[in-house]
Design a protein around this ligand. Structure first.
Ligand code: UDX
Length: 441
């Protein structure tokens, strides 16, 4: 099978590289010349564990190539994946312009019958539109079919997920197309679920909306736990033991970020609205998340009402660990608010500082280590649960002006911080304060 992948963002690049790893010949196409030049040398434009190594291996074994030339990249393909971005429009709907352009590029450049597979997250009904666009722009009289094959990869473990996912969803209009895509994917060894196109498109949105709902739900429970004196970690564990609920995605924190949940939840609200259905529950999920992203500032202001001129350390900037992705990260909002209140912000992230510098307020300063960020600070805010942060010696916080830690990811046990004499505010748990030893009489 000769496969082409249009778009080399997270989804496209990981898809192309994984397909080459299981033996297919894959050409990845992207309009960005610098990016393509780097990828041809095996340099990944994104930080994703294992990706560069797998790219280099498959380039060297002549199964994987990169080009900016659509004609070259598409002319001998049997199967073409569309994996371009669907960014958020101002009204929350998905911007389809890159998808439409990809469909036109396919129509203008194919020279044989093809199956077009949509990997991009697209509103229900988009595959029909892609088919019409290709058919109406096609020069030659060729056969083509569309297949919906949404991705469920998590950033930071995308390569691992490709080979160990829970399911591969294939939505097709004919058994032939469905079987071809099934055969392509079989070597991954992941269970395959075959269905119709619209249901496949909906599975992607419904899955992400459901996971986002779990997160907003547990975040609300954590806020109530704080008011009642319960401990969210114990509550999540106790709930998760019920197999109907499941233990995953019940970690309370400062809300979800990233390229998928924020965008896809708003898009699904729009999709429902387009057919005159008000998705009330999901609107609540989005609002709760907005509120939760700002919760640490409130906790900080309770301890330090005036931040003007105060040195505040921010530990972790990426929207989650093991990625350099800053999209929709709570750090954007938190650092902006700290600067607005006049604080002197010193940030540290193991991987995402390069990206952060082009996104965060230019007044944010960056430290080379956790130690440097917290030294002499009046408070440390933890925004991402990187292992490097979770594994620090808690005694290090004593180098702060006052050891005040406000943790948005519950990185430490209350016992550990108490025995280290740190004032520690976290999510959904009682405040831990310094244990004062009674003075000898
Ligand atoms: C998500 C989906 O998991 C994936 O299937 C889909 O294809 C793309 O979107 P991703 O955005 O990479 O993947 O990250 P994920 O690990 O799901 O986390 C998303 C956000 O939710 C992060 O900000 C994370 O910190 C937060 N989260 C996750 C919680 O706050 N609590 C949890 O229990 C789980």
């Amino acid at each position: 099978m000769k496969i082409s992948v249009i778009g080399t963002g997270y989804v496209g690049l990981v898809t192309g590289v994984s397909l080459s790893e299981i033996g297919h010949h894959v050409t990845c196409i992207d309009v960005n010349q610098d990016k393509v030049a780097k990828m041809q040398q095996g340099i990944s434009p994104i930080y994703e564990p294992g990706l560069s190594e797998m790219m280099t291996k498959n380039i060297n074994e002549n199964r994987l190539s990169f080009t900016t030339d659509h004609r070259q990249g598409l002319k001998h393909s049997d199967v073409i994946y569309i994996a371009v971005g669907t960014p958020e429009n101002h009204d929350g709907s998905a911007d389809m312009s890159y998808v439409i352009q990809a469909a036109r590029d396919i129509a203008e450049n194919i020279q044989q019958n093809v199956i077009v597979v949509t990997k991009s997250t697209v509103p229900v009904g988009t595959n029909d539109m892609i088919k019409q666009t290709i058919q109406s722009h096609m020069a030659a009289n060729l056969q083509m079919e569309v297949v919906s094959n949404p991705e469920f990869l998590k950033e930071g473990s995308a390569i691992h997920d490709s080979f160990h996912g829970d399911r591969i969803v294939i939505g097709a209009e004919s058994e032939y197309a469905s079987n071809v895509i099934e055969q392509i994917n079989q070597p991954f060894g992941v269970p395959i679920f075959k269905t119709d196109i619209k249901s496949a498109e909906m599975i992607k949105y419904a899955s992400n909306a459901f996971l986002a709902t779990k997160i907003s739900f547990i975040n609300e429970i954590s806020n109530i736990c704080e008011l009642l004196g319960a401990n969210i970690e114990n509550v999540s564990t106790g709930m998760g033991l019920d197999q109907r609920i499941g233990s995953q995605f019940l970690k309370a924190g400062i809300g979800y970020g990233g390229s998928c949940f924020p965008k896809d939840t708003k898009a699904l609200i729009q999709i429902a609205g387009n057919v005159e259905y008000e998705f009330e529950l999901l609107k609540g999920v989005v609002n709760v998340n907005k509120k939760q992203q700002g919760i640490l500032i409130g906790k900080l202001n309770d301890c330090l009402p005036i931040l003007t001129g105060k040195r505040i350390a921010v530990l972790g900037l990426a929207f989650k660990p093991n990625t350099d992705d800053m999209r929709e990260s709570a750090s954007i909002r938190v650092t902006e608010e700290l600067i607005k209140q006049g604080a002197h912000v010193i940030a540290y992230d193991p991987i995402a500082m390069g990206n952060a510098k082009s996104i965060l307020n230019p007044l944010v300063e960056y430290a080379d280590s956790i130690e440097e960020a917290i030294a002499d600070s009046e408070a440390a805010l933890i925004l991402t649960d990187w292992d490097e942060i979770k594994n620090i010696e808690l005694a290090l916080f004593k180098t702060m002006k006052k050891p005040l830690v406000i943790d948005g990811r519950n990185c430490f046990s209350l016992e550990a911080v108490e025995s280290n004499g740190i004032e520690y505010h976290s999510i959904g748990r009682p405040v831990a304060t310094k244990v004062i030893e009674a003075a000898p009489i």
